[in-house]
Design a protein around this ligand. Sequence first.
Ligand SMILES: *Cc1c(COP(=O)(O)O)cnc(C)c1O
Length: 414
Amino acid sequence: MEKTLRFDSLLVHGGLEAGPAGATSVPIVQSSSFAYKSAEELEDVFRGRAVGQVYTRIGNPTTESLERRLALLDGGVAAIATASGMAAITTAVLTILRAGDEILSSSSLFGGTFSLFRDTLSNYGITARFVNPLDLEAVRAGVNERTRLLFVETIGNPKLDVPDIPALAAIAHEAGLPLMVDATVTTPYLANGAALGADIVIHSTSKYINGSGTSIGGVIIDRGSFDWDSPAFPHFEQFHKKYRAFAFSARARKLVHKDVGACAAPMNSFLLTEGIQTLALRMDRHCENALKLARFLSNHNKVSWVNYPGLEDSPQHEVASRLYGGRYGGLLTFGTGDKASAFRVINGLRLAKNLANIGDAKTLVIHPASTICCDYSPEEKGLMGVTEDLIRVSVGIEDGEDIVEDFKRALDGL
Ligand SMILES: *Cc1c(COP(=O)(O)O)cnc(C)c1O
């Protein structure tokens, strides 16, 4: 049945099997391990001769149900749910790269990813080179003989630049590299991994996929599209021989995910499976409200600038319209000239919460320069587009008029 279902129906039914006693929600299998009647049966599962669960760090029925749904939504052959978005990126990157290898990465990144690439992985011999993802010539020129991965965000958080992902996929594939895309900000609803031409898709499921800010999670989706049978990836040889299109997800699950141990908790997988059902409805409202707020802010005399790909005069508008079907996401940024006025606006808001998250049903704001980016140098803040006056808004699904009124009140008070 899943083969014929459309996207919005897969959000509700994808990957779900009937639970005990006709339960229609996925059962929460809150068990660390799974018992077998005979030593022979358990040996068969360990050796891959029989399918079965062993230990929740490696796999769990509640999590597996979520993974099946997420794989279907992004046009993947397999998915691995992880403890967080950062765990998903770490696990996926460590599956591909070895000491001496390089990542060619977009310079417009979520702060945690930037720090992972620049500070943590560099201690283990993995180097990241950063390049402006909008400059396709610079991306092409950035590939060298050590490059093993091209990494980019669909819409950069918080820069809100919109790279041409299919064009980047073509550059990666010409160079024999996989393209890994962090699609947290766009979700599979605006455009899925298959439509974008990504080989591996990452989501921080803590954000829109959860939708209510109730738990942290991440997912790695393997589209099975990259040919790992290449001298650049000798460590994939055995996996490619045995698992073919599943080579990446097999190496990730059987080796790196198992060893790193950043598994999803069954309760969180349950919350995500419930939350994702309403993704399409919520994203439509997030996008509608964000456009409404962006238009209001553009016309307010206390606002110096607004960045939202949905505004017709945004330099990102054309690419965003082409890739994301006339929807531009729930994030926008704006400035009022300096840090002091940005703080006054944030302190004047009543509805919007001041916190470090995005993708919640509630409207959220943060001043990145003094919080999530406070450790970065002025040059690094510049690369990420974080100015001293920038306020990031994750526009929620409240009544759009209430959101606009909240910002109007705060701005009129300046
Ligand atoms: C939040 C976020 C992450 C990290 O996800 P966590 O679940 O917080 O670990 C990665 N990428 C983007 C674009 C994000 O917004």
